[in-house]
Design a protein around this ligand. Structure first.
Ligand code: SAH
Ligand code: SF4
Ligand code: F3S
Length: 438
């Protein structure tokens, strides 16, 4: 029997890619097993966004070899480190015999045939592939919430970022195939869909007269049976007002926007080649704040990018206060191979990056405490996810993507995926808590 084990690192795109890879392998007669020891094929889907993530890869590859032993097993590296390092992986980890970047997954069936016939250094590293995935194979992990890729790759050139080189140029899927997948998912019981892309806002249907993102969002939001439609990630430069108008017009489109700002300083934004100013970013925040909906806004921030002064950092802090984000991912700048920022020299010392990161995170914690406290006394609909034995509470998520832990208050236990109303009675920096009320 052909068996495989897969481990996944990185963003939602990677998680969803693994679901596609699993589906493809099943199609090719492979069955998934729970440990590397049991598997004939051991796969690792990797992330390269920061140096730490990349270092983990080679460490983990060695561990696999220890855990699983070498005899007769095939090791494969997928994802962004595979694309970035290519054949160098065979030198650094000689037990690996398959290296495939995400743009080449549609070729997996042929690559597997090469492996099965004893291929030793099999690669899929082309970025100019025109093929797209046969989505009907996708093996989804969660029976209620499904990812749908709408656009692959990225055409921006943010100075710090590996993604344009690890995932290649932008390729949008046709709206017809996205809608067909959404309808098929709704018909098989999914109620929540998350549209994925590195920059969903630059989506353009490749068919003649093709729709832009706001139009696609309207159409997906109208698919019968769907109750929640989310999307990520938005790039501020391409984020248009009609996206908010679409959200205003249909409650199925969840009131949450993840709009990474990266920095509050125009000078740093320009060095990062982000293609917008602080003022342009804030205009988009104003659109959201003037919406009829209460839109949760979340972001990503990089501290200590080359040339970031104390004053630049203060501007980031002021922007964070001004926006009042519901949540934030924040990172120390990490220098990455093949990126435009490699030519910049004005590095911020590591300790200073760490100091700025902790100031930023402390500031954001206070903002989240305040924002979440304002929900006390409100009713929110959650999708129930699971019962947490340790806390004795159910865990759910609101439309704004906030975690809301709740007690049943004598009501019957929900099944995962069920929607119910919860009265918020307590709050913390990272979650809300309450009691089911309907
Ligand atoms: N396509 C998305 C995000 C991609 S990566 C976007 O444009 O927003 C997710 C986040 O990782 C980025 O928003 C950024 O904040 C962070 N990131 C990317 N490269 C980084 C680097 N070299 N060092 C530190 N953080 C980085
Ligand atoms: Fe990276 Fe910028 Fe593209 Fe996002 S938009 S994936 S940060 S290059
Ligand atoms: Fe990482 Fe690649 Fe995603 S670098 S964040 S897995 S696009």
């Amino acid at each position: 029997m052909k068996t495989f084990y897969i481990e996944t690192f990185g963003c939602q795109m990677n998680v969803h890619d693994s679901e596609k890879v699993i589906g493809t392998l099943n199609q090719q007669g492979y069955s998934q097993v729970a440990t590397p020891e049991e598997a004939g094929l051991v796969l690792y889907n990797t992330c390269s966004i920061r140096d730490k993530a990349e270092q983990k890869v080679f460490h983990r590859l060695q561990q696999f070899q220890k855990e699983a032993g070498k005899s007769g097993k095939v090791y494969g590296v997928l994802g962004c480190v595979a694309q970035q390092e290519g054949e160098r992986i065979f030198e650094r980890a000689p037990h690996v015999s398959l290296v495939v970047g995400s743009a080449s997954y549609p070729k997996l069936p042929e690559l597997l045939v090469q492996i099965e016939s004893g291929g030793r250094r099999v690669t899929g590293l082309s970025l100019d592939t025109e093929e797209t995935f046969e989505t009907s194979f996708t093996r989804r992990d969660n029976p209620h919430r499904a990812y749908i890729t709408i656009i692959e790759g990225c055409d921006k050139a943010c100075a710090y970022c590996v993604v344009p080189r690890t995932r290649g140029p932008e390729r949008s899927r046709t709206a017809a195939s996205i809608l067909a997948e959404a309808r098929q998912l709704a018909a098989s019981g999914y109620t929540e869909i998350q549209l994925l892309g590195q920059n969903v806002n630059s989506y353009r249907d490749p068919s003649p007269g093709g729709a832009r993102f706001a139009q696609l969002l309207r159409e997906v939001g109208a698919v019968e049976g769907l109750r929640r439609v989310r999307f990520t990630t938005s790039h501020p430069r391409d984020f248009t007002r009609d996206i908010i108008e679409a959200m205003d017009g249909n409650p199925v489109l969840c009131n949450h926007v993840h709009l990474p700002v990266q920095s509050g300083s125009d000078r740093v934004l320009s060095n990062m080649q982000r293609l917008y100013t602080r003022g342009e970013y804030m205009r988009r925040i104003e659109w959201m704040k003037h919406s009829h909906r209460n839109i949760a806004i979340t972001t990503d921030i990089i501290v200590g990018f080359c040339g970031e002064t104390g004053e630049d950092f203060e501007e980031t802090i002021r922007l964070v206060e001004e926006v009042g984000y519901d949540s934030m991912f924040s990172f120390k700048y990490s220098q990455r191979p093949n990126t435009p920022a490699l030519s910049l020299t004005d590095h911020v010392p590591e300790e200073e990056k760490a100091r700025r990161l902790s100031i930023l995170q402390e500031k954001q914690r206070g903002i989240q405490m305040r924002r979440n406290a304002a929900y006390i006394g409100e009713r929110h609909e959650v999708m129930a996810e699971y019962f947490n034995q340790a806390t004795g509470q159910w865990v759910g998520r609101t439309a704004q993507n906030k975690t809301l832990n709740f007690l049943l208050g004598g009501r019957p236990a929900p099944t995962p995926g069920q929607y119910l109303d919860v009265l918020v009675t307590r709050s913390g920096p990272n979650s809300l808590a309450g009691e089911a009320c309907a």
